[in-house]
Design a protein around this ligand. Sequence first.
Ligand SMILES: Nc1ncnc2c1ncn2[C@@H]1O[C@H](COP(=O)(O)OP(=O)(O)OP(=O)(O)O)[C@@H](O)[C@H]1O
Length: 255
Amino acid sequence: MEETKVCSEDFIGQKASAVIVQSITRTYGDKTVLDRITLSIPKGELFGLLGPSGSGKTTLIRAITGLEQTDSGTVTLLHERMPQRSMLRRFGYMAQADALYNELTGRQNMAFFGALYGLQGKQLQARIEDCARLVDLSGDLARAVRTYSGGMKRRLSLAIALLHEPELLVLDEPTVGIDPLLRRTIWQELSGLRSSGTTIIVTTHVMDEAEKCDRLGLIQSGKLIALGTPDEIKFSAGAASIEEAFIALGKGGRP
Ligand SMILES: Nc1ncnc2c1ncn2[C@@H]1O[C@H](COP(=O)(O)OP(=O)(O)OP(=O)(O)O)[C@@H](O)[C@H]1O
């Protein structure tokens, strides 16, 4: 049986876990998209999921949030067994495909989702201003979203995921289509949120973003093939970079 290279200590029982995934499997027809994945993410961790296109990253984070069914295994999120509709207010989810209302303005979109999260009045307005500023959209909030570029839509989706200051943020490739300067600002903000106790799960293809994560999970063909800090993963693969480590671990050995 193949085993995940677990580099970090097992956090269960040592630090409160925000996410506990136990042996989840997901199949589509005869294709196994998630294969017995087990993983725990402590509160306040910035956790990165890395893997080739089609390896199962989106399916895994959707399963974690309860948006995707699993065939077997369990997910516990913030001490609650998933799926559970009431959990929707406790995490922020930014999907790869933007779920925005094109005919509404940026502000109207934020107000709509903010109300769904239970925000209202002055608090909602203040959060809209703060989150729009963070993603550099303050000057564009009055425009209909259909006039936004792809990158602006990504930024608006990110702002919406942050609106209700959730305990857990789940971001599927949040910086795709975002220029390097703003990308840096967004990562600074993610680090700040992590420091104030927010747990963050982020999928990425960008190696320098992976280096900024506390720990990484490497996924290949639905299997978690490695788990650890960026340094642990490089060390275990005998590689100089995460990219090299990923290639080496994917082949099942050292480079
Ligand atoms: N609804 C579905 N029906 C059938 N197959 C699906 C469905 N959703 C995903 N898959 C398959 O599951 C596999 C994993 O997809 P997933 O989107 O999780 O990969 P990913 O690692 O997030 O890829 P990317 O980096 O390209 O976003 C792929 O082979 C995909 O084709």
